[in-house]
Design a protein around this ligand. Structure first.
Ligand SMILES: CC(C)(COP(=O)(O)OP(=O)(O)OC[C@H]1O[C@@H](n2cnc3c(N)ncnc32)[C@H](O)[C@@H]1OP(=O)(O)O)[C@@H](O)C(=O)NCCC(=O)NCCS
Length: 158
C-alpha cells in the first residue's frame, strides 16, 4: 500500500534535520516510501509532547520525532529513530521506543533488535531502555569520507 503523503512529509522533515550527513545514515523519501509500502514495516511519528500524529490526516501539530521498524515473525528490528535537534533531551526518543514496545507487543513480537554504528551517542538511550549488545560487524558502515565504522547489534526481549 502506498504510504500517506502526510506521513512521508512528517518523517522527511525530521529526517532532513536530524542526521549528520557525515555518516550517510539518513534515508531519502523514496527509500522511506518503498519500506512503508510493505505491510511488515511500521512508522511512529510524534509531536513535541510525544503524542502520536495521525498517519493520513493533515494536522497543525509539527512532527518532533519518528521511528521506523520492521517485523519478521515474532522479531522486530528498529530501523531508524530520529528526533528534531530542537526537541532533544526531553524524553521524546524514550517515548518513541516505549511506544514501539507497546505496538510490537500488540503484534505478538517477543524480541526487538537494532544495529548502530560504534560511537553513536544514541547508545545511552538504548542501554537505558534495556538493550544489550549481542554482536559486532567490523567495518560494516562506510562514512561519507570513505572511512569504515563497526556496527554493533543490540537486542531486548519485550
Ligand atoms: C538518538 C536520539 C533519537 C535521542 O533522542 P532524544 O529525544 O534526545 O532522547 P531522550 O531525550 O529520550 O534521551 C534519553 C536518554 O539518552 C540520553 N541521550 C540521548 N541522546 C544523547 C546524546 N546525543 N548524547 C548523550 N546522551 C544522549 C539523554 O540524555 C537521556 O538520558 P537521561 O534520561 O539519563 O537524561 C536523537 O539524539 C537523534 O535524533 N539523533 C540523531 C539520529 C540518530 O543518530 N539516530 C540513531 C540511529 S538510527
Amino acid at each position: 500500500m502506498t504510504p500517506s503523503p502526510f506521513l512521508l512529509d512528517r518523517i522527511m522533515a525530521v529526517m532532513e534535520a536530524a542526521f549528520d550527513p557525515a555518516y550517510g545514515e539518513a534515508w531519502n523519501r523514496r527509500q522511506v516510501a518503498d519500506a512503508l509500502s510493505m505491510p511488515s514495516t511500521h512508522a511512529l511519528v510524534v509531536d513535541g509532547d510525544g503524542e502520536l500524529l495521525p498517519e493520513d490526516l493533515a494536522s497543525p501539530r509539527a512532527p518532533a520525532g519518528f521511528l521506523l521498524s520492521r517485523h519478521v515473525l515474532d522479531e522486530e528490528e528498529l530501523l531508524l529513530i530520529a528526533v528534531m535537534p530542537s526537541c532533544r533531551d526531553r524524553g521524546i526518543g524514550t517515548i518513541l521506543i516505549n511506544r514501539l514496545f507497546e505496538a510490537a507487543r500488540a503484534r505478538g513480537i517477543s524480541r526487538i533488535y537494532l544495529e548502530m554504528r560504534r560511537g553513536n551517542p544514541a547508545l545511552h538511550l538504548y542501554r537505558k531502555l534495556g538493550f544489550e549488545p549481542i554482536g559486532e560487524r567490523p567495518n560494516y558502515y562506510r562514512m561519507a569520507n570513505g572511512e569504515r565504522i563497526d556496527a554493533i547489534t543490540f537486542g531486548r526481549s519485550i
